[in-house]
Write a protein that binds this ligand. Structure first.
Ligand code: GLA
Ligand code: ZN
Length: 677
């Protein structure tokens, strides 16, 4: 459970009545009731209202909001407001302002704008969190703490430079070690004094965001920045926990967000939460993957869907409306992947500034007779009927895909072999192969317990951190199935190449040696030609991006290249290792190859699909206390038939018993309750 106050899927979202005349709350509460809203995220950007100067704090306005919410059966997800500093603070204490990648010192404006190493920011942010905790510790509306908002951004100011040097001293101990780790004899960059080290931006090592001449320093700055923002979060977290140890604390994370090492961050949140803003053209499999990333961050624990839009965004290039039924469908998609809340940005559409055209439960017209409100109210009613059924239930996956932020940073800083390599694209390709077959996948870190899975896949594991190769060997030895791809095992955690042949530390496990790596131009492809007798596979497939040219050292060849001077050399290998097997996919294959490959892996492992169904039908299973809930989502624009088998099961949203061949309406959602096997 996220909080013992939330005994159903909490429903609501960002709410800013302080931007309105006070009376509006009465009307809002009436409409919240109509919509079944029972949680409101308040005070996300109200620092300037809470604190007009260094010494004065004013919370009376917030008292009223908190009281009113509670009187109306709405819990508060109370934010600490530190996501945007007040203008007076920037004016009087310019150290709170950031210096950007181009080296420009910013003036006051926007949000998510504070330097993480500003003494002023740290002092007042922690103090504000403390004041809030003390003021609301006994308030009955308080359910969850929401620290800051969407942490992110990088600062390159002098305070950050100083803090970076301290961080480096802690990491390396001596300049000697640092010079080795960064290989600074290259281009004569040897450092003799810590003060010679400057942040890597456009004024120093970079020519573009992912173009750096020294991967070592750039990689460390990513780590340092992620850690620095995490320190800021922890300052607040500790203040909150000192006063309210039992109130869960979260901070909202973002979609495919590269800058922060969320795996590291997640250790310090009580519950993971995130903001999901797909556009109408985002593949739903990619949204599903990111839900699974969020679920994986805390070992499968349910997460909060903190924000999504009820209808449209304002900040995308083309802000299409969510079509009828889609908001409901996507809300349940989050639940189907482990969300225990469904929340929006925003409950009431604002009157001014840049988000006035962002969707909201209550739109500018101000009443409930809108399509969006009606859809929100329908969903709110359903969540009330569902009650606590799904709450706290888990997804039991036997396939895992590894996601690693440091690997992401390092690989995309790499100068060569191709600019087209995208970690997320490669992860998604493998994820989709299982998603399309309704096979549950956990997105896990390299620190996770691999033994829980029958299949562990690490697409482009470019960086192999200390202990990981060993851990993988133990896993496979004991019977695990491991899959990795081209451009893996290349470097250590400092981005220094593991000498003695690629894939470095993974070479033994995979039973191969990669001699060369060919980069294909965008118009080029190669062919994957299966060797004799590979059941379940077509004769051949195509591949793009990179082609590793390899020699087997014990591995069995399952497919060979069909083109180029390396035609006839291995592109897919399988190495028996102990009780298990380790696969190497030496190029980036097409979708149909990955579909067939995934089929082979799950078949070998005896993993069954939640539901074999036509395209566009997504199915997941959440389980708790021996009770399974199968969620079936129809993403298609038309009614679609699926076969549920002979067992009678009750469908919770429509309240009927179902079995056999049934038709799921277009954009429809069914939740089947059954005893788990
Ligand atoms: C983010 C922020 C919100 C709001 C929404 C708009 O997720 O957290 O404050 O700006 O985007 O989509
Ligand atoms: Zn700074």
């Amino acid at each position: 459970m996220i909080s013992n106050k939330l005994n159903k899927i909490a429903y609501g979202g960002d709410y800013s009545p302080e931007q309105w005349p006070q009376e509006i709350m009465t009307e809002d509460m009436r409409m919240f009731k109509l919509a079944g809203i029972d949680i409101a995220t308040v005070a996300v950007f109200s620092w300037s209202l809470m604190q007009p100067d260094e010494e004065t704090y004013q919370f009376e306005w917030l008292d009223e909001i908190m009281d009113k919410l509670y009187e109306n059966g709405v819990y508060a997800c109370l934010a600490t407001s530190t996501g945007a500093h007040p203008a007076w603070m920037a004016h009087r204490h310019p150290d709170v302002l950031r210096v950007d990648f181009e080296g420009r010192k910013h003036t006051f404006g926007q949000r998510h704008n504070s330097c993480p190493n500003s003494p002023t920011y740290r002092l007042y942010a922690a103090r504000l969190a403390r004041k809030l905790a003390e003021r609301y510790k006994d308030h009955p509306a308080l359910a969850v703490w929401h620290v800051n908002n969407e942490y992110g951004g990088i600062c390159y100011c002098d305070n950050c430079a100083k803090a970076f040097r301290v961080w480096l001293q802690q990491r390396y101990g001596s300049l000697d070690q640092l010079n080795k780790a960064w290989n600074t004899r290259f281009w004569g960059h040897t450092f003799y004094d810590w003060d010679e080290i400057v942040p890597p931006n456009l004024l120093s090592e970079h020519s573009a965001e992912t173009r750096t001449t020294f991967q070592g320093i750039s990689l460390d700055y990513q780590r340092f920045n992620s850690d620095g923002l995490l320190d800021c979060y922890l300052l607040e977290y500790n203040e909150l926990k000192t006063v309210t140890p039992d109130v869960p604390v979260t901070t909202n994370m973002m979609w495919m967000f590269k800058q922060l090492d969320y795996a590291k961050w997640a250790k310090h949140v009580d519950v993971v939460s995130w903001d999901s803003y797909p556009s109408n053209t985002t593949p739903l499999s990619h949204v599903a993957m990111w839900h699974d990333v969020m679920r994986g961050l805390k070992d499968g624990q349910p997460f909060m869907l903190m924000e999504q839009t009820p209808s449209q965004q304002n900040w995308q290039a083309y802000n299409g409306l969510k079509r009828p039924g889609v908001m409901r469908l996507w809300s349940y998609q989050a639940v189907a992947h482990g969300a225990d809340t469904v929340m929006f940005f925003q409950l009431r559409r604002s009157v001014g500034a840049c988000e006035k055209y962002h969707g909201a439960v209550i739109e500018h017209v101000g009443h409930e007779h809108t399509r969006v409100f009606r859809e929100c109210a329908t969903l709110g009613g359903e969540l009330q009927v569902l009650g606590d059924k799904l709450l706290g239930s888990r997804i039991e996956a036997r396939v895992a895909i590894i996601i690693d932020w440091e690997n992401w940073w390092a690989m995309e800083f790499s100068s060569g072999p191709t600019i087209d390599l995208s970690y997320m694209t490669e992860l998604a390709k493998y994820y989709v192969a299982f998603y399309d077959q309704n096979i549950a996948v956990d997105m896990i870190s390299v620190e996770a317990d691999f033994s829980r899975y029958d299949v562990v896949i690490a697409p482009v594991l470019y960086m192999v951190k200390p202990g990981v190769a060993d851990k993988l060997e133990r896993y496979v030895e004991a019977g695990g199935r491991f899959v990795t791809t081209f451009f893996s095992g290349i470097v250590n955690e400092s981005d220094l190449v593991t000498l003695g042949g690629y894939p470095g530390e993974l070479r033994k496990l995979l039973g191969i040696w990669v001699e060369e790596i060919d980069a294909l131009f965008p118009h080029m492809s190669n062919r994957i030609v299966m060797t004799e007798g590979r059941e379940g596979f077509k004769k051949e497939y195509s591949s793009t991006l990179l082609c590793d040219i390899l020699h087997t050292e014990g591995a069995e060849v399952w497919a060979e290249y069909g083109e180029e001077f390396y035609k006839g050399t291995p592109v897919l290998t399988r190495n028996s290792f102990g009780q298990g097997e380790a696969w190497y996919v030496a190029s980036s294959p097409d979708k149909s190859f990955l579909a067939d490959f995934a089929t082979l892996l799950v078949k070998q492992a005896g993993i069954e699909s939640v539901l074999a169904a036509p395209e566009g039908i997504e199915a997941t299973r959440r389980v708790k206390d021996g009770q399974a809930y199968t969620m079936i989502l129809n993403h298609n624009d038309s009614e679609t038939e699926v076969n549920l088998g002979s067992n009678q099961r009750s469908e919770l949203l429509g309240g009927q018993a179902v079995s056999g061949a049934v038709k799921i309406p277009a954009k429809g959602v069914w939740i089947l309750e059954e005893a788990s096997q």
